[in-house]
Design a protein around this ligand. Sequence first.
Ligand SMILES: Cc1ncc(COP(=O)(O)O)c(C=O)c1O
Length: 448
Amino acid sequence: MSQQITEQSVEQSYALYRQALELIPGGAQLISRRPELYSLGLTPPYVSRGKGSRFWDLDENEYVDLMMCVGASILGYADDAVDAAVIDQIRQGTAYSVSHPLEYELARELTSIIPCAEMVRYCKGGGEADAIAVRIARGYTGREKVLFCGYHGWHDWYLAANLESGSVLDTHLLPGIQPKGVPHGLAGTALPFRYNDLNSLEEQLERNQGQVAAIILEASRGASLPAPGFLEGVRALATAHGAVLIFDEVVTGFRLGLGGAQTQFGVTPDLATYAKAISNGYAMGAVVGRRAIMEVVGDMFVSSTYWSDAVGLAASLATIRELRRRDGFTKIAAFGKRFQQQLEAMAAEFELPLRCAGLPQQFAITATSGDARQKRAMKDYYVQEMTRRGVFTSFGVSPCYAHSDEDLDLISAAWREVFPLMREALQHDDWEQRITARSIDAFKRQVG
Ligand SMILES: Cc1ncc(COP(=O)(O)O)c(C=O)c1O
């Protein structure tokens, strides 16, 4: 894999992308898959196949992937054991007129590994799981307001946050999101609080006494880790105000370990949502939680045909089994740690203000000095030059089980070429001349 990717090497991908833009608004189903977020003209819009930690684009260029399907592919692409379980299930049928016993089997697994899980419902994705959890919390408490921190998907309950000021979500989801299509009647129902700032949560609870159905947050994300006492404080405030505490474990779930952030940080919410890494790339989501709260779902209209789909159930069971059998989290964390150490050592060698922040299973590369323009340029130039060398990355890194020493050698060899270029750019402050394709400002998520 000693290729140099140029704008000409990804021509087929871009030809298709231009055609697709005529038929598919926005060009991609997930905003994070839009190439303009990375290095437009160089970042391939289309994949032809993937295996382990690598994928091949439509033009047959090979990449080491550090994003792994926005973190969902925890074991790696086309994992033989998970795929065998899925293929076996497909041969027997995937969705029927009645439920499949795998629903119960997975429920038993989830209730044994997730601290807050006494009952379980399924769905097909993270945003959907969050919407269900919020509905349950509203149904259980009879209240309407939701206090949130972090990113929680695309549904009305969440985007309603931007109805009043238009910029509330700037520091949680994406700057400049317009809540087009979200009913104005929802204004004032989704209210933000700041990560690691208990006062901001307390103020919201006091201002909305007796009206808060749920507090939902990502317990950690990328570079943002909970300050000592923060999650415990959130737990105590939720209990004191009678609000349902929901951990959005869509990213942390099955990434920080089986059980997710609540196991990692030792704080148990009332409900939690899982998707992405729980099924290694097959569509699956789950809402889990305390029996007293979950039981109300039996009397609510929360129902959908493909939530019973046995492919996602089989994939999820196989993913849990394989993570356990291969001691997956130890290996993933060890790779992440080595990556962090090597990056920081080489950044120091080339006097670049780059650090890794967050847990080795999911972290972010951060620029530790420079103004906002320089930090942004540093990221754009890094992404551009790493892409040229066959490393598909952003500043967020999601290691998977399939990442190997060989991958790290290749990444490290790329750093050895890219870091001196970044050093020069830093010295001359001529980033703009070097960046051929600037990223745009969509889907820029910040939690802390
Ligand atoms: C914390 C969090 N919650 C919810 C979602 C939405 O999940 P999905 O894209 O599966 O709807 C995401 C997606 O990135 C997420 O990061």
